[in-house]
Write a protein that binds this ligand. Structure first.
Ligand SMILES: NC(=O)c1ccc[n+]([C@@H]2O[C@H](COP(=O)([O-])OP(=O)(O)OC[C@H]3O[C@@H](n4cnc5c(N)ncnc54)[C@H](OP(=O)(O)O)[C@@H]3O)[C@@H](O)[C@H]2O)c1
Length: 245
C-alpha cells in the first residue's frame, strides 16, 4: 500500500489532490489547519468509497505544528511514498505595510515548513516501497513574475524552487523532488476578486479562464506516479499560458 501526506488538504488544491490520490489507492494523511470539519468530511468521503484516510490538524507556521504533524504520520504510516507540501497563505500586503515579522511569518509557513516537514519525514520517505518516494512542492507563477502586493509571498515561493532543486540533487535516487507552479486557480485564495477582477484575469490568460483545483491535482498526481520516473528537480507550470517557460 502506498501512503501519502497532503498538507493543506482541507480545501482547494490540497483537497482535490488528496481526493485524486485516494482514488488511485493511496492511504491518505489529510492535513488541515482551520478547516477541520472539511478535512473530516473528506476523510469520510474517501472511506465511504473503500479508501483509507485519517485527518490531522496542525498550524504549520510553527515548529510545534511541524513536530506534531510528522509524529502523527510516523504513528500511522510505516513508510511514505508521496509527500505533497501544499499548505500556504497569500496575505497580500503592500511593501510599506509589510513588517519584518509579517515577512518572517510568511516564510515560516510557505518555505520553512515544507523543508522542516521533508526533513522530519526523511526516514519514512527512505522506506518508500516502491522507491523512489515522491515529494512535490506547490509554488506559484508569482515565484517567477513577482507580486506587486506580496513580496513576502513571491519570495517564499521562489525559495521553494531553489530548495526543491537542492533536495532533488541531495536525495536522488531514492527520493524525487519536483515543483508545481499554479497560475490563477479558483480557490479561496481568489475569493476576494470582484467580477471585474475575475474577468480581467481571464483576459490575461491565453486559455481565457482561471484554472480549477482539479487541474492542478491532476499534475500532482502525475508527478507523484511512476509515470514521472525520469523527473526530478523540475518545475511544472499549470497556468493556462499566463507564463510560458
Ligand atoms: N489558488 C491559486 O490561485 C494559487 C496560485 C498559485 C499557488 N497557489 C498555492 O497553492 C496552495 C494551496 O492554495 P489554495 O489555492 O488551495 O488555497 P486555500 O484554498 O486557501 O488552501 C490553503 C490551504 O493551506 C492551509 N493553511 C493555511 N494556513 C495554514 C497554517 N498556518 N498552517 C497549516 N495549514 C495552513 C489551509 O488549511 P485550513 O483551510 O484548514 O486552515 C488550506 O488547506 C498554496 O500553497 C498556494 O500558495 C494557489
Amino acid at each position: 500500500m502506498s501512503h501519502a501526506l497532503v498538507t493543506g488538504a482541507s480545501v482547494g488544491i490540497g483537497s482535490a489532490t488528496a481526493r485524486r490520490l485516494a482514488e488511485r489507492g493511496d492511504a491518505l494523511a489529510i492535513h488541515h489547519h482551520r478547516h477541520g470539519h472539511e478535512a473530516e468530511r473528506l476523510r469520510q468521503e474517501i472511506e465511504s468509497k473503500g479508501g483509507s484516510a485519517f485527518s490531522v490538524g496542525a498550524d504549520l507556521s510553527s515548529p510545534k505544528g511541524w513536530d506534531h504533524l510528522a509524529e502523527m504520520v510516523r504513528q500511522r504510516f510505516p513508510s511514505l511514498e508521496t509527500l505533497v507540501l501544499n499548505a500556504g497563505a497569500y496575505p497580500r500586503r503592500k511593501v510599506d505595510e509589510l513588517r519584518d515579522e509579517d515577512f518572517e511569518e510568511t516564510l515560516r509557513l510557505n518555505l520553512l515548513s515544507p523543508f522542516a516537514l521533508t526533513r522530519r519525514l526523511l526516514p519514512l520517505l527512505r522506506k518508500a516501497s516502491p522507491s523512489p518516494a515522491r515529494v512535490v512542492f506547490v509554488a506559484s507563477v508569482l515565484a517567477f513574475n513577482g507580486s506587486a502586493h506580496g513580496a513576502d509571498y513571491a519570495a517564499s515561493k521562489a525559495g521553494l524552487l531553489g530548495l526543491a532543486r537542492s533536495l532533488a540533487r541531495e536525495l536522488a535516487p531514492c527520493i524525487t523532488v519536483n515543483v508545481v507552479a499554479p497560475g490563477s486557480i479558483d480557490t479561496a485564495i481568489l475569493a476576494h476578486d470582484t467580477p471585474e477582477q475575475r474577468a480581467e484575469r481571464g483576459r490575461q490568460i491565453p486559455l481565457g479562464r482561471v484554472g480549477t483545483a482539479e487541474e492542478v491535482a491532476k499534475v500532482i498526481d502525475f508527478l507523484t506516479s511512476p509515470s514521472a520516473s525520469y523527473m526530478t528537480g523540475t518545475t511544472v507550470h499549470v497556468n493556462g499560458g499566463l507564463r510560458m517557460d
